[in-house]
Design a protein around this ligand. Sequence first.
Ligand code: SAH
Ligand code: SF4
Ligand code: F3S
Length: 465
Amino acid sequence: MKQQVKQELTRKVFIKTYGCQMNVYDSERMGDVLAGEGYATTQDQAEADLVILNTCHIRERAAEKVFSEVGKIVKANRLSQGKQARIAVAGCVAQAEGAEIIKRAPGVDMVFGPQSYHRLPELLARADRGEKAIIDTEFPAAEKFAKLPDAAKPQGLAPVSAFLTVQEGCDKFCSFCVVPYTRGAEYSRAITDIERELEKLIQRGVREVTLLGQNVNAWAGQGPDGRIWSFAELLERLSTHADLARLRYTTSHPRDMNEALIRAHAENDKLMPYLHLPVQSGSDRVLAAMNRQHTAQSYIDLIASIRQARPDIAISGDFIVGYPGETEAEFEQTLKLVEEVRYAAAYSFAYSPRPGTPAATKTDQVSEAVKKARLHKLQALLSQQMQEFNRNCVGRVLPVLLEKPGRNAGQLIGRSPYLQSVHLQADPALLGQIVPVHIEAVGPNSLSGHYEASDSTPIHGGHRI
Ligand code: SAH
Ligand code: SF4
Ligand code: F3S
């Protein structure tokens, strides 16, 4: 199964992806598996023979969106004189609510969880034989990674940057979160598998790789010598691949940020100065109730030592407001933590009770109005900090990896080391290269600047040499 069967692509699949980067990566892998079954991927749902919704279960509205999407496809099928698209629900909602989906949406042909993607050919064959309402939500991740084709092409629109899943699953069981139930126990891929996939990406022109995992820094996998290696060792090893210019990783848990990993941020030139490190709350009582296993102060101290290693690092975070029982004073502590840390980017959410998680059964739920007001206040502060971080880049020369053409004529879009999108005028022949860009202005979600061909000092990773 590893080698794709070369056959004519006679049918079409449309894959709609919700949720996190791992779903983006998984959708590509599903596309690769289906290519071996004669399916070409299409961006036009109307011409698809198979529609796969790759779903997310992290918050309430995510699941609701899926049900409404299924309803729309069922309706389109009913109205269509000709083509009937088969409907598949994959991803985390499928894993968590497989039976419920089949019950609530009888038009769905098959439901399968994140650990079943390598079994897609078998599931499709069963559907072809006329079997209805197929459910496959088995677990072990090792089997999936062994049988799925490697990522052979970069995901999304930017062919020079790609995701590579190295770790999946979570053993942390934060009391609000569904991920341990939808993705299963922590599993780390072996280094030889990761390097084989990395080599293929590099051959396709990828210069920047983002290593993915639900708790990526908890990665502990088999090294080429048979010993279990640490995440810091994995980063060091991957950065020896000469044609790889930049490395990133996400998402990390504060508990797994060890000394060696912090040192890597000081020593490894290819490791970009950006770290997404969710904290969720600034109140120790709330953090304990969430089972985060760290305190506000231990997080602040951690950030301080990371900044000592790499002073310019951009810190990003995740926050939840309105966890059951959160008081106004406890919420204020979150604002205080934010003031202290100063974030370059952040994602913040109103707490959403998830069925099957311990926090959902708590009787002291916070009202929607209060959650909304707190979220508003937190987001105002975070967005102020983000703008400040961006403004501080004006006047600097940043090494920018040129990723894709922009919307305007002659415009290219690239990424700074801090993950900011940078717009500039430059020759499209430079796509895939890292060039020094003089940052001149800040837009709502991006920076803009100019590049002079005379500046063409070669740049490796994030640093000028
Ligand atoms: N593995 C990562 C994050 C996974 S989910 C980590 O441990 O940090 C991404 C983010 O969604 C979380 O960090 C959290 O902020 C948010 N989230 C998860 N469950 C949630 C819930 N029930 N309600 C609101 N936000 C939630
Ligand atoms: Fe969810 Fe917590 Fe695991 Fe992150 S560490 S995936 S928030 S349970
Ligand atoms: Fe969503 Fe599953 Fe990712 S719940 S955030 S798609 S791990």
